[in-house]
Design a protein around this ligand. Structure first.
Ligand code: F6R
Length: 600
């Protein structure tokens, strides 16, 4: 998704800050990028393609400097990737430049009206109406700030917007349903859609709320409401540091983040569980006694939600997981006194926010909880409660460590809302998990398995019970970073259709742990595919006899059945990573995908 960076600082630094900031936003996914700086003149440089192209163009350009500047990475929605459609966009007179994230729903009407009044448009974007609206007001004698505010009143839809003007030393910004955060430095003020963009410079942040306006000048900032009244905003310190957002010697962020799981899991539990008594003590979950729990989430977070819902049902609490993109329109009945949990790594996924808002806007007082990785994210701020998963920054587009931390956080939630018969064992298993993941990372044969199956036509993943979400997640990881066909199923479903696709060219990854009924049945399914000549890769703790029918085995340590899915999933993350690496794919920024999906 699009990213915004802004800096009001020293003239000899601002351009560098913008370019570094754009690199810090790359992980969100983009297809073009640009910058605009103001120094009594407005200079704009933008290019389709990688940020490197923009950097070269910036190097060749003259006069690109200024104390204030804005930059943008674009992920196309209106109009294809091109130099023209890249942001910043300017007005006819090149007086103002604007960057925009989100979608302006009524742009076509505004554009028609502006064209009628003689404005010339350069791009296909919805965003370009904003500089022209500002230009119109400036021509009418308004100040830059009044013109900016006036333009905003015309917009319908979602936006994070920042603007600079030839005649002003300020950056003006506002947001509606799209994130924007200020960075507070000693001599500079920063602005971004996401903290990593300016984390090299400051870890002090101010979160902007919908409808608020920010004004940044060299080393100073103010935030005001829609009427222009100054607001007393608090400055928060982010826990992440620049080192955490660097690759630290790994070839890819994804691999680094897979290896960060032991630490992330420890952090998720820290000061939250008592091993001796098996009790869970999380302030955010105190006094929760819901009649039912509904999870809303997308992608990987949805898979963690499927796991969470199963966990709660097993603990006797009625629970369901919904795809957030369906929830707002399907409007499933929400029981009185239910808890609705938005599970979202970023806390900014538009579909999930929209699902949560349908609940919040129902006027029924249904409690909402954000299970998220990002302090101060929109979900965290809008929900009644927030349960931080504490995985640390996740830069790779494919979610890895956050799935594991979401699974652990789901266990905390389950323990908080329903007494557990085996609480002590579960807590012990959760505490041991970090060491077991480390063991697995140190000994995994995933790379050899990837080597063996790198040329396969497609991949299937099966699992039952708590391993069903793992099968789905294994397939999602494989398809998004290798661009090869992969499907995950509850093991029993295979014979109801997908089996027709199983051939000698389609390895089946079967997740089987323990020797209970589910394991026995899954082994039965393994035999079915083996009989059709498919290679089976058993992801197993070796307790059942799944290995007998498998061509390859990815071992996981024996543990509590609730915790085993995390271990199995780590093996599948590694397989997907190594297949993608051998295929030379763009692992951290897979084509067409974005880290934070801020449009519905
Ligand atoms: C897959 C992936 C996506 C996200 C989904 C939700 O690897 O990263 O499927 O899980 O876009 O994102 P969050 O969790 O930020 O709401």
């Amino acid at each position: 998704m699009c990213g915004i960076i802004g800096c009001a600082g020293r003239a000899d630094e601002t351009l560098d800050v913008l370019l570094t900031g754009l690199e810090g936003l790359e992980y969100r996914g983009y297809d073009s990028a640009g910058v605009a700086l103001s120094n009594g003149d407005l200079s704009v440089c933008k290019r389709e393609g990688e940020i490197e192209r923009l950097q070269r163009a910036v190097g060749d350009a003259s006069g690109l400097d200024g104390r204030v500047g804005i930059g943008h990475t674009r992920w196309s929605t209106h109009g294809p990737p091109s130099d023209q459609n890249a942001h910043p966009h300017t007005d006819c007179a090149d007086e103002v430049a604007v960057v925009h994230n989100g979608i302006i729903e009524n742009y076509a009407d505004i554009r028609a009206e502006l064209v009628e009044r003689g404005h010339d448009f350069d791009s296909d974007t919805d965003s370009e109406v904003v500089p022209h609206l500002i230009e119109d007001s400036l021509a009418g004698g308004k100040s830059f700030e009044d013109a900016f505010r006036g333009a905003i009143t015309r917009l319908e839809g979602s936006y994070a917007l920042a603007a600079v003007s030839r005649d002003s030393e300020a950056i003006l910004a506002t947001r509606q349903d799209s994130p924007l955060v200020l960075g507070v430095g000693d001599e500079a003020a920063y602005l971004a859609s996401d903290v990593p963009a300016f984390l090299d410079y400051t870890d002090r942040v101010v979160y902007l709320e919908d409808g608020e306006f920010a004004r940044l000048e060299s080393g100073s900032w103010t935030v005001s409401d829609s009427e222009g009244r100054l607001l007393d905003k608090s400055v928060a310190q982010v826990e992440w540091n620049a080192e955490e957002t660097a690759k630290s010697g790994y070839d890819h962020y994804m691999l680094k983040e897979i290896h960060e799981q032991p630490r992330a899991l420890r952090k998720c539990l820290r000061s939250r569980v008592d091993e001796l008594t098996g009790t869970v003590d999380v302030a955010a979950l105190a006094d929760l006694n819901p009649s039912a729990v509904q999870f809303v989430a997308a992608g990987t977070s949805y898979h963690a939600s499927l796991y969470g819902a199963q966990l709660l049902r097993d603990a006797g609490v009625p629970a369901q997981a919904f795809l957030s993109s369906e929830y707002a329109t399907a409007r499933p009945p929400v029981p009185d006194d239910a808890l609705v949990v938005g599970v979202s790594q970023s806390g900014e996924t538009a579909d999930t926010l929209s699902a949560l808002r349908t609940v919040q806007d129902s006027g029924r007082g249904i409690e909402t909880l954000a299970m998220t990785n990002v302090v101060g994210s929109t979900a965290a701020r809008e929900c009644d409660r927030e349960l931080l998963i504490r995985a640390g920054p996740e830069i790779g587009v494919a979610a890895t460590k956050t799935f594991s931390s979401q699974v652990v956080a789901a266990n905390l939630l389950s323990a908080a809302v329903s007494p557990q018969v085996d609480a002590r064992e579960v807590v012990q298993a959760l505490r041991d998990l970090s060491g077991q993941v480390q063991e697995l990372l140190d000994s995994s044969r995933a790379e050899e398995v990837a080597e063996q199956f790198v040329d396969s036509e497609g991949y299937f993943f099966i699992g039952r019970g708590y391993h069903h979400p793992v099968a789905l997640e294994g397939a999602l990881k494989m398809k998004e970073i290798t661009y090869k066909h992969a499907e995950g199923f509850p093991a029993g479903e295979l014979k109801h259709g997908p089996l027709a696709l199983v051939t000698a060219e389609t390895p089946v990854f079967a997740v089987v742990t323990g020797d209970g009924e589910k394991a026995t049945k899954t082994v039965g399914n393994v035999k079915e595919v083996e009989a059709r000549d498919a290679s089976v890769v058993a992801v197993t703790d070796g307790v059942s006899d799944a290995e007998r029918y498998a061509e390859e085995v990815l071992e996981i340590p024996e543990t509590h059945p609730r915790v085993a899915p995390v271990l199995a999933n780590v093996q599948l993350q590694l397989v997907a990573y190594h297949v993608a690496d051998k295929l030379g794919r763009s692992i951290d920024k897979p084509r067409n995908l974005a880290k934070s999906v801020t449009v519905e």
